[in-house]
Design a protein around this ligand. Structure first.
Ligand code: NAP
Length: 294
């Protein structure tokens, strides 16, 4: 990070709305990098815990947090949550300020918010993230951004406080569309890995030994490197939940119906995740696809 650019940006007043698994550490990185941060969380206890840890300001409402802020970030649940929280923040955001939404949501809500922001002379970026809880805690997220490239360049030093890579990929909605590509890839890769482990177990192989070998070759993936061992051990408590994945795949499948793309594998894996939910695994991580096969 260019230190002079960061110190110029840290004069900015920043507010962060939504201190969940992702938002809590992201807002924490802003505070530890010297930004004056005001946070808001619907469940006040989390905001109080954050305040005790990071010694910055807490607000009681999104509007109170966003008042006077130069940059307002948010990371909540789905489209409805984004609409609710953003609408409240936008009642007070000043012209020239920037609203950055890190939630994984639809491209249409991104375009809708960009339009509302434009009317209020506020800049808007859709900026979903990848990298999971560990990426948020280590400040190593990948951020996929949609919106005005010049606005992105202005706020990039702030985003990069918790990102190892951030990039503007086109007009409003492009960040969300890129995140959909990310989730489409993950669905197919995790199902492939689950099937390989299922096959290996039935074949009587030592699956961990096989993974150690094939992860050096063309079958290698992040999922193989990071999840195969825990899948073999039957442990499914490693971050991104099946319930969230189904929300993301539903957004991608809706978008595919709009743009005419064929997502046969994604649609199938989405139904497999529905099976996992039915068996009580909504909060298990996405690698729990293997439970259907065992
Ligand atoms: P989470 O732990 O469930 O946190 C959600 C946050 O949003 C909480 O602070 C919640 O407040 C707040 N919220 C939800 N609806 C709200 C509403 N209507 N009004 C006000 N606040 C509201 O979720 P997360 O894991 O941080 O994920 C957040 C977003 O990032 C999701 O879109 C998710 O798909 C995406 N994401 C998650 C991961 C991951 O590994 N977890 C990875 C990449 C992307 P309360 O505390 O009051 O519930």
């Amino acid at each position: 990070m260019n230190q002079r650019r960061e110190s110029v940006m840290s004069d900015k007043r920043v507010s962060f709305l939504g201190l969940g698994v992702m938002g809590y550490p992201m807002a924490g990185h802003l505070a530890t990098h010297g930004y004056a941060v005001t946070v808001y969380n619907r469940t006040a206890a989390k905001a109080q815990k954050w305040q005790q840890t990071f010694k910055n300001q807490v607000a009681d409402t999104p509007a109170q947090a966003a008042r006077d802020a130069d940059i307002v970030m948010m990371c909540v649940g789905d489209d409805n949550d984004v609409r609710q929280v953003a609408e409240q923040a936008l009642t007070v955001m000043k012209p020239g300020s920037v609203l950055i939404d890190h939630t994984t949501a639809s491209a249409s809500i991104a375009r809708e918010l960009a339009q509302i922001c434009q009317e209020k002379q506020v800049d808007f970026l859709d900026a979903p993230v990848s990298g999971g809880q560990a990426g948020a805690e280590n400040g190593q997220l990948t951020v996929m951004v949609g919106g005005d490239a010049a606005v992105f360049e202005k706020v990039k030093p702030v985003i990069d406080v918790y990102a190892r890579h951030s990039q503007c990929l086109g007009e409003s909605g492009s960040g969300q569309l890129a995140k959909m590509m990310n989730q489409i890839c993950i669905a197919g890769i995790v199902q492939g890995l689950a099937e390989a482990l299922h096959f290996g177990e039935r074949a009587g192989l030592d699956c961990q030994q096989v993974i150690d070998v094939i992860s050096k070759g063309a079958a290698q993936s992040w999922q193989m490197e990071n999840r195969a061992g825990t899948m073999i051990a039957g442990k499914y408590d490693f971050g991104f939940a099946v319930d969230w994945m189904r929300k993301d795949l539903s957004i991608a499948l809706d978008e595919a119906r709009r743009n005419g793309s064929t997502l046969a594998l994604t649609a199938l894996v989405d139904q497999y995740y529905a099976d996992v939910q039915k068996s009580g695994g909504g909060r298990w991580d996405t690698s729990s696809l293997l439970t259907r096969l065992r």
